[in-house]
Design a protein around this ligand. Structure first.
Ligand SMILES: Cc1cc2nc3c(=O)[nH]c(=O)nc-3n(C[C@H](O)[C@H](O)[C@H](O)COP(=O)(O)OP(=O)(O)OC[C@H]3O[C@@H](n4cnc5c(N)ncnc54)[C@H](O)[C@@H]3O)c2cc1C
Length: 319
């Protein structure tokens, strides 16, 4: 078998990637993590719902994870972006990656933990508030705005559920339909819980002189005051490398998600995917768990290969 430089290359050093690196480092595997340092929640000063780290900085968590990995001498974490990945040109399972810098690395296995990008509704001023006063997840950012004036801006009818979750936290919720056709059951439910339904179109999110949120401008020029906005961006997996490697996907709600088993194994031999790249339903703890499972799954797969090679070597010696 060709000697690769690394046992495992992990692309993406967010919660999923670093968690996998920890498991593999503890298994004495030679691991390279390449990370572009743009975790999905980098726009937020605080993260929530992460046991032991509630209301702490998401970037501090990742910095602590990187620091912990320095205990494991065969793990290297490098800043950079992987531009391409291809299977090794041999009979062995393995991969070669090329970084944007031109650097090349080979490994026996690869984990993609590259996360996703949030494509926000095209409303001027919304991007500036993202992660500050505009959010997606009631569990991550809802409690901080309890009892405040909440604007839920729809992209489709399922946002009515988001409005109902926010109603759990505040009696002052307005649901902006943005022309979405609301099923009767959703409308009745919103009205029953005192959620205002606004059918005029939101044309702008308005900030104050400090850049904080002031309100929401409607198409007739009216400005509604709001303390917080909730929207549902379209999730766009960072899956360029998965596509290059032709990993199988499944279409759900208009998005192609990589097909993985419970440990994150894809249909491409030797290739795993974990965290937000594989599902929109990921929080930091869920991404960590997925990385943890992928790390142990990859190590078990390598152990199987090591056994096969040891047997083949013993047979060669006997022969
Ligand atoms: C505004 C906001 C607030 C949130 N708040 C919370 C919260 O309070 N609590 C919570 O639990 N969850 C929260 N989340 C969700 C959380 O961000 C994700 O669940 C989590 O980041 C997923 O981890 P991940 O490792 O899969 O991906 P990420 O954390 O996104 O990490 C992916 C990493 O891969 C890197 N990468 C991508 N492509 C490449 C490449 N080609 N080469 C090298 N590196 C690459 C990126 O730069 C990035 O560093 C929030 C999300 C958003 C958008």
């Amino acid at each position: 078998m060709q000697r690769t430089e690394w046992d495992v290359i992990i692309v993406g050093g967010g919660s999923a990637g670093l968690s996998a690196a920890l498991m593999l480092g503890r298994s004495r595997r030679r691991v390279l993590v390449v990370d572009g340092s743009e975790p999905r929640n980098r726009f937020s000063a605080h993260m929530h719902g992460v046991l032991g780290h509630d209301h702490s900085s998401p970037l501090d968590l990742l910095a602590a994870g990187r620091a912990e990995l320095t205990r494991y001498h065969d793990v290297a974490v490098e800043s950079g972006t992987v531009a391409s990945a291809s299977p090794l040109d041999t009979d062995d399972i393995g991969f070669e990656v090329v970084l944007e810098s031109g650097e090349r690395h080979t490994a026996r296995r690869m984990l993609l933990a590259t996360g996703l990008r949030d494509e926000l509704p095209d409303i001027p001023g919304l991007t500036e508030q993202w992660g500050r006063n505009a959010a997606l997840c009631p569990y991550c950012d809802g409690w901080e705005v309890r009892d405040r004036r909440i604007a839920v801006i729809a992209t489709d009818a399922t946002n009515a559920h988001q409005a109902q979750l926010m109603r759990q936290l505040s009696p002052h919720v307005t649901f902006y339909t943005q022309g979405v056709n609301l099923p009767d059951a959703a409308r009745v439910g919103l009205e029953a819980r005192g959620i205002a339904i606004e059918s005029r179109t939101v044309v702008e999110v308005v900030g104050d002189e400090t850049g904080d949120l002031r309100g929401i401008r409607l198409d007739d020029g009216t400005e509604d005051e709001a303390d917080s906005i909730f929207v549902a961006p379209r999730p766009v997996p960072n899956d360029r490398l998965l596509r290059q490697l032709r990993a199988r996907t499944i279409r759900q709600n208009g998005v192609d998600w990589v097909l993985v088993d419970a440990s994150g194994r894809t249909n491409v031999p030797g290739l795993w995917a974990a965290g937000n790249i594989a599902t929109a339903q990921s929080s930091v703890p869920v991404a960590m768990a997925a990385g943890n499972l992928a790390g142990s799954g990859i190590n078990a797969d390598l152990v199987e290969e090591d056994i096969r090679e040891a047997i083949a070597a013993a047979q060669r010696d006997d022969g």
